[in-house]
Write a protein that binds this ligand. Structure first.
Ligand code: DNO
Ligand code: MN
Length: 397
């Protein structure tokens, strides 16, 4: 497996020189400065690639080539947006970059309510509290319909929190919920969010699926021609948020997507932490079922509570059997190797990490600290080495 690391580009507080010391050799990044919907020019891609290569890395995955909200909403004439998207793809392929991660989450990206929840023995993690999210939806935004999405006791806790909370605490909650958005765009306050949600009125699961299918039909044939691999990132958390349908949340959803345009160019980012936040998802089983379409993996763990809350656990210690999951990915690599494929290595990154030791002082992107991710990567590297040795021994016998 190819060890990679998400770097947010020149504005990232962690430099490529520092990333080199983590042992990773692949970089996962995007042109975060280009507004959604605009073409990534070949020159800009080439300059970023040169910077990455000069530091001794390969640019292994684009995460993400973002999909404009109008495409998700199916709004108006989309031909120019699709043409721009395909042009960016062609420019990336011309620069030798072939793996593209993207998501189809309406409006938000990953969603948490607390960016610094304490963990045992020190440090902090990202946490999703069902009562806090319910407080935001029901009481701060006034979406009464959201009551249906939470257990009655969660709604009761949400109401007490809301009544006792200060303006600063409410603003802090809104800030945490927006933190998953990758670029500097489209962060909302309560009014802005209400307005943005109105644009999604009438877009239910079936409608959103039809917009997703249209996207796949517009880009996957081009991806095939260009030799590119697309890999959709699952919804995080894998459930409806703010009443917006989320359609990349479980094995049935994934089967539908991969079948909607049945091509190896239409693949999956196996994000263990996202899928693992729903107790119904068995992540190693999902990895085995869709193994031949996994083009990229995000490895991290979660620990779930009974009320729908969860927090990010250390990479090897949450609810997902990480060793079994890595074994599933190594089995797939073995099959690719046996089939004589040149591109058998699956790139992975330690998705998020805890904030540990000096991490908080660097004020890095939430979820993306240096030391916490380095710990995760080191643990995963150990698992991979151990399983690879076992497999090697087995083959010798
Ligand atoms: C979380 C990430 C996601 C992911 C996008 C992909 O940290 O895994 O934000 O980058 O959803 O489009
Ligand atoms: Mn992920």
């Amino acid at each position: 497996m190819k060890e990679s690391w998400r770097w947010y580009g020149p504005l990232d507080k962690i430099s490529l020189g520092e990333i080199a010391q983590t042992g990773a050799n692949g970089i996962v990044t995007a042109l975060h400065e280009v507004p959604y919907g605009e073409v990534w020019s070949r020159e800009t891609i080439a300059a970023r690639k040169a910077e990455i290569e000069a530091a001794g890395f390969d640019w292994v995955v684009v995460e993400s080539l973002p999909i404009h909200e109008r495409i998700k909403r199916g709004e108006g004439d989309l031909s120019a947006l699709f043409a721009n998207y395909r042009q960016s793809m062609a420019n990336l392929a011309a620069e030798g970059i072939h793996t593209i991660c993207y998501n189809f989450m309406p409006l938000l990206d990953w969603t948490r309510t607390d960016l610094a929840a304490p963990v045992d023995r020190g440090g902090s993690c990202l946490r999703f509290s069902a009562p806090r999210m319910a407080a935001l939806e029901i009481f701060m935004l006034g979406r009464d319909a959201a009551r249906r999405d939470y257990l009655p006791e969660v709604v009761a806790q949400a109401e007490s929190w809301f009544q006792a909370s200060s303006d600063d605490e409410r603003a802090g909650l809104m800030h945490a919920v927006m933190a998953g958005l990758p670029g500097a765009y489209d962060r909302y306050d309560a009014d802005g969010l209400r307005t943005a949600l109105k644009l999604y009125e009438g877009i239910d699961r079936a409608v959103l699926r039809s917009h997703f299918k249209r996207f796949l039909e517009e880009v996957i044939p081009t991806a095939e021609e260009l030799g590119m691999r697309f890999c959709v990132h699952p919804d995080d958390p894998p459930r409806d948020i703010l009443g917006l349908p989320r359609i990349v949340s479980n094995a049935d959803d994934i089967a539908w997507i991969l079948g909607a345009v049945d091509s190896s160019a239409n693949g999956l980012t196996l994000c263990a932490g996202s899928l693992g936040a729903n107790p119904k998802n068995n992540v190693p089983a999902i990895a085995r079922r869709f193994a031949d379409r996994i083009h990229f993996a995000h490895l991290r763990n979660v620990r779930k509570d009974a009320d729908g809350s969860f927090e990010e656990a250390a990479h090897l210690s949450g609810d997902t059997d990480m060793v079994d999951l890595v074994a599933a990915l190594l089995e797939e690599e073995g099959r690719r190797r046996d089939a004589g494929r040149a591109d058998c290595e699956i790139p992975f990154r330690p998705d998020h990490g805890h904030e540990l030791l000096d991490d908080a002082s660097r004020n890095t992107h939430p979820g993306y600290p240096l030391i916490g991710r380095m710990r995760g990567l080191a643990e995963l590297r150990g698992v991979i080495a151990g399983l690879s040795y076992g497999r090697h021994q087995h083959q010798q016998r």
